[in-house]
Ligand binder design. Structure first.
Ligand code: ATP
Ligand code: MG
Length: 294
């Protein structure tokens, strides 16, 4: 059976006009698909356009060119279907680096996690809501003693757990997680990534997971997109990408991963990649599902 297509970016471009003479091409012709239950990881240096993709998918920005499709229907541009946009808003949730900091400081954990029900005006009886609330808290590793706590009484990791519980309240089909761990201590990062992976496997939602750290991307993603200057320069199934990186930029990223093996360390050469080398525009398929920008 064909897997259900959840979201698609088609030749997405997002330009920011700064002045008459200066336009930032934050996203410059990006295409990918995420199917049901799939995790697409996006990695690339700061400023390469990852968050802009997340915001454009979420409908916060209208693309300069190209299209976003949700469940095969356009949700951006002139052809956008209003109903489908609404459906997307219900079925897509965002988790950001600072989403834990953005929790309303005057609301208790209980109110925060239940908020999506109120916003979407979903009718649900109190007992069922309460049961879902407790279920979600336990899924993110918090017990009912947290219900009456306020965000400032929680650690950063606990706040992100609350933000994740809230994002799951309406059984989303897609989670967009934009560097959801980068503001945390390393040990907490590992806990939260493992939590994301477990929840994704249990609940089967699709995910766009953005991270700086290649080892995190490798751990959580089915497919990996490597971004450089607003483009995905290489896109491949995770194992394929890490075993057979083809683009020089991907290779240079991989060669920089710290491998704590002294023999390997001594023989390792960091491959330099000329960031100014001209990139073509053709996506060539080298092996099934493995695309490289030439
Ligand atoms: N609203 C905006 N107006 C103007 N320029 C913007 C806007 N948003 C992003 N940019 C620019 O677009 C480029 C891509 O930014 P973006 O935030 O998408 O990068 P990123 O890959 O998420 O980086 P990081 O890893 O640091 O989060 C940057 O040059 C940034 O300055
Ligand atoms: Mg970003």
């Amino acid at each position: 059976m064909e897997k259900e297509l959840i979201i698609e970016a088609r030749n997405l471009k997002q330009y920011f006009r700064i002045s008459d003479r200066y336009t930032i091409r934050a996203v410059d012709g990006v295409s990918f698909q995420i199917h049901s239950g799939e995790v697409l990881g996006l990695v690339g240096e700061t400023g390469c356009g990852k968050s802009t993709i997340a915001r454009t998918l979420a409908g916060i920005y209208q693309p300069t060119e190209g299209e976003v499709l949700f469940g095969n229907m356009p949700v951006s541009g002139k052809n956008a279907s209003k109903e489908q946009r609404k459906k997307m808003q219900r079925e897509m949730q965002l988790v950001f680096q600072d989403s834990s900091a953005a929790l309303n400081p005057r609301m208790t954990v209980e109110k925060i996690v239940l908020e999506p029900l109120r916003i979407q005006k979903t009718t649900r009886d109190r007992a069922a809501s309460r049961q879902r609330l407790l279920e979600l808290l336990s899924q993110v590793g918090l017990d009912d003693t947290y219900l009456e706590k306020y965000p400032n009484e929680l650690s950063g990791g606990q706040r992100q757990r609350v933000a994740i519980a809230r994002s799951l309240m309406l059984h989303p089909k897609l989670i967009i997680a934009d560097e959801p761990i980068s503001s945390m201590d390393i040990s907490i990062q590992a806990q939260i990534v493992t939590l994301f992976q477990r929840l994704q496997r249990e609940q089967g939602f699709s995910m766009l997971f953005i991270a700086h750290d290649l080892s995190v991307i490798r751990f959580i993603s089915d497919t990996v997109g490597v971004m450089l200057h607003g483009r995905i320069v290489e896109l491949a199934p995770s194992k394929e990408l890490f075993d057979h990186p083809l683009h020089p930029y991907t290779r240079s990223l991989l060669s920089a991963i710290h491998v704590p093996d002294p023999i390997y360390e001594r023989s390792k050469k960091v491959i330099d990649y000329d960031r100014d080398s001209p990139l073509g525009t053709v996506l060539a398929e080298r092996s099934p599902g493995h695309f490289v920008l030439e």
